[in-house]
Design a protein around this ligand. Structure first.
Ligand SMILES: [Mg+2]
Length: 244
């Protein structure tokens, strides 16, 4: 069967578009101190960047991180979640776009672009605004836009973004992400589309330039691997050519 044409590009945010590792560690350390009253260094995953990155890639999401590794109970996790955007706004740790990632978005501007992330939409939009890139992304789906029990790897956020970008037409959509749950999310979206007879196919691309996950720890194999952001342009061209 011929694959429908590529109609949209969707990106994860943290460590796919923007190198946010240092900022997220700094904010998490401040949140832990604020909510638990304990020193961040009491917790092994917060002692340095490598430990934080490693732990993050072994957990599904921040709730699991806060529960398992910081021993938080539900009301503390809720309090921590409320602090995220405010603490992000007041944190001076720089975040930078990966080299050439905005070139890749520019070279693919014939497609609408979206972002699906476990970060908050407010935080993502403030980064886009800061760097004059708001108009480059048509749809941003953050963690607050999706019910708590349907966060990635559940495909709901991704499918909402697909609908916002391409409507009801048949389409191939590229989803680029650095975390194993991003590839898992793409696979679950494909299962859902297949079950409902909707003519959408999501092609997952692992952002290996930003990932902290080793080669082995991808329970769902991504369809492609990008070792630099411009690889995404090549992959989109390849997928487009094959579809014809
Ligand atoms: Mg990410």
């Amino acid at each position: 069967m011929t694959r429908p044409p590529v109609r949209a590009i969707i990106w994860d945010f943290d460590n796919t578009l923007v190198d946010t590792g240092a900022r997220n560690l700094s904010v998490t350390r401040r949140i832990i101190r604020h909510v638990t009253g304990r020193e961040p260094d009491d917790f092994a995953p917060l002692r340095d960047q490598a430990a934080y990155d490693q732990t993050l890639h072994e957990t599904q999401d921040w709730r699991e991180l806060y529960s398992i590794h910081f021993g938080m109970v539900e009301h503390q996790i809720v309090a921590a979640g409320r602090l995220w955007t405010r603490f992000q706004r007041t944190d001076a740790t720089p975040t930078t776009w990966f080299p050439r990632v905005t070139d890749a978005v520019g070279q693919l501007r014939r497609f609408p672009h979206g972002i699906v992330s476990l970060n908050t939409r407010a935080n993502i939009e403030s980064t886009l605004e800061r760097d004059g890139l708001s108009s480059a992304f048509t749809s941003v789906v953050g963690c607050g836009d999706v019910p708590r029990d349907r966060q990635k790897p559940d495909p709901e956020g991704l499918m909402r973004c697909v609908l916002a970008l391409v409507g009801e037409v048949t389409a191939t959509v590229i989803y680029v992400g650095d975390h194993p749950i991003d590839a898992e999310c793409a696979a679950k979206a494909n299962d859902r589309y297949a079950a409902t007879g909707r003519g959408v196919k999501v092609v997952s691309v692992a952002a290996f330039y930003g990932t902290k996950a080793s080669e082995e720890c991808w329970p769902v194999e991504p369809r492609f691997r990008a070792s630099c952001p411009l690889d995404v342009v090549r992959i989109v061209d390849e997928v487009s050519a094959r579809g014809r």
